[in-house]
Ligand binder design. Structure first.
Ligand code: FAD
Ligand code: SF4
Ligand code: SF4
Ligand code: SF4
Length: 387
């Protein structure tokens, strides 16, 4: 068995494996918990088909000339269960109303995150919210293709590399395929998430029944990771205090391809892009509140039509995308590599997640003091400049 692509380039989408006519490729997790293709050399007849479909080897899609909006769903119940403004739910419901299907990331019965195709509003509940780990694509590309072949619309949602993978998988372009990407910081290792969930399950003496990475009980900006357990107990911690969220946001546990992502910028393969509108208070302080506002980026005419079909159910305003980018650099830039990432994973493998967190990720009292000092200095400088 051999690997077939450099780790830094491979996004783990599984398109080669799904397209090999002889089923010679399997997706196998490495010691960090990320899945990579392994080729069985004895089975392979070197037909070259898999190379032709790999999105990591394709020329990137054209850059789009987008329009952008600040928006949130007027239905407060939907907005509160969503990560930002609850716009995804509106787009998905519109496609379902028209008889189509929607693909997105959801937990399966084994507690793994997989891309699933849903056809009714009830099942759509499973797609709510950002889940901060890589989702497996397994059979979803084939399922989406079969719906498209039957003449129905598919709304495919996911990270920008998953959108590129969906398009690369299809041998012909389908007008009825609409793609909505999330603006993407990077995806954490499913194995690290599994370790963290097991730690919390051991602490609570029960199995997890639900996990929300963007719980808004303390507000949208101070979002919490919240878990429920089957003995009625629960866990919730704001992202700044939670060990897993700190490992994620400090970039220790992302897939290697995320540090030099080829799928940044507004791209014509995503009809729409959704993000958190983090800089909104600097751009339009009157708009929205701390319950979540989305940045909706419209890249294509198909995306425009879908957005126009739902936008009256939102409170929205056209914005200048360039003004929003400095507050959300994930739109255009990859996160920088973390020098101690290798050592983090080494410790994770030998001593477990808690020890790796303690050695490399946790903010020490001295660091906190330094951060506070820098902040006060910054405020003082601004005060002097104003006076
Ligand atoms: C891993 C990840 C990183 C992100 N990083 C940023 C960022 O740096 N900056 C930013 O502004 N926004 C980021 N987002 C997007 C943002 O948080 C919201 O998800 C987005 O704005 C949509 O919100 P919503 O309220 O409309 O709908 P929600 O209901 O919150 O979103 C549901 C959508 O998210 C998709 N989704 C959830 N988890 C995953 C996953 N693991 N893999 C693929 N798709 C998934 C579902 O398929 C569905 O399309 C990220 C999202 C994810 C999943
Ligand atoms: S990027 Fe996707 S298709 Fe290409 S090798 Fe990696 S998993 Fe396979
Ligand atoms: S070259 Fe052909 S047979 Fe070999 S793994 Fe790729 S698709 Fe399969
Ligand atoms: S950062 Fe890039 S490579 Fe990583 S998951 Fe997001 S789109 Fe894919």
């Amino acid at each position: 068995m051999n690997t077939i692509i450099e780790k830094q380039a491979c996004v783990g989408c599984g398109v080669r494996a799904a397209r090999c006519p002889r089923a010679c490729i399997t997706m196998t997790a490495d010691s960090e918990g990320f899945r990579y293709p392994q080729i069985d050399a004895e089975c392979c007849v070197d037909c070259g088909l898999c190379r032709a479909v790999c999105p990591a080897l394709k020329v990137p899609a054209e850059t789009a000339e987008p329009s952008a909006y600040a928006a949130y769903n007027r239905d407060e119940a939907v907005r509160s269960r969503s990560s930002s403004g609850g716009i995804f739910r509106l787009l998905a419901e519109q496609v379902l109303r028209e008889g189509g299907a929607v693909a997105g990331a959801a937990w399966n019965t084994d507690g793994e995150l997989t891309h699933q195709l849903v056809r009714d509003s009830k099942a759509l509940d499973r797609l709510y919210g950002s889940k901060y780990l890589q989702s497996r694509t397994d059979t979803v590309f084939a399922e989406a293709e079969s719906v498209l072949k039957s003449g129905k619309t598919v709304l495919f949602s996911g990270t920008p590399c998953q959108i590129a993978a969906m398009r690369a998988y299809l041998k012909t372009p389908y007008e009825r395929l609409l793609c909505v990407s999330v603006v993407c910081h990077g995806v954490p290792s499913p194995a690290v998430w599994e370790s963290y969930r097991s730690l919390l399950e051991a602490q609570h003496g029960a199995k997890t029944t639900d996990a929300r990475f963007r719980d808004k009980r303390d507000g949208w900006k101070a979002f919490s990771l919240a878990l429920s357990f089957d003995n009625g107990q629960s866990y919730a911690s704001q992202h700044g205090q939670d060990r897993y969220m700190q490992c994620f946001l400090k970039n220790y546990i992302l897939r290697p391809s995320c540090y030099a992502c080829r799928f940044k910028n507004t791209r014509a393969d995503a009809d729409l892009m959704l993000a958190d509108f983090w800089g909104l208070s600097h751009i339009d302080p009157q708009f929205g509140d701390d319950r979540g506002v989305s940045l909706v980026i419209v890249n294509t005419s198909g995306g425009q039509a879908l957005w126009e079909a739902v936008r009256e159910q939102t409170t929205y305003k056209a914005v200048d995308l360039q003004a929003a980018v400095p507050y959300n650099t994930a739109i255009v830039r990859s996160v920088p590599p973390v020098p101690k990432r290798e050592r983090f994973f080494e410790t994770y493998r030998t001593h477990g997640l808690d020890e790796a967190y303690r050695r490399y990720v946790r903010t020490t009292a001295l660091q906190r003091l330094k951060q506070r000092g820098t902040w006060y200095l910054f405020r003082l400088r601004r005060l002097f400049k104003k006076s």
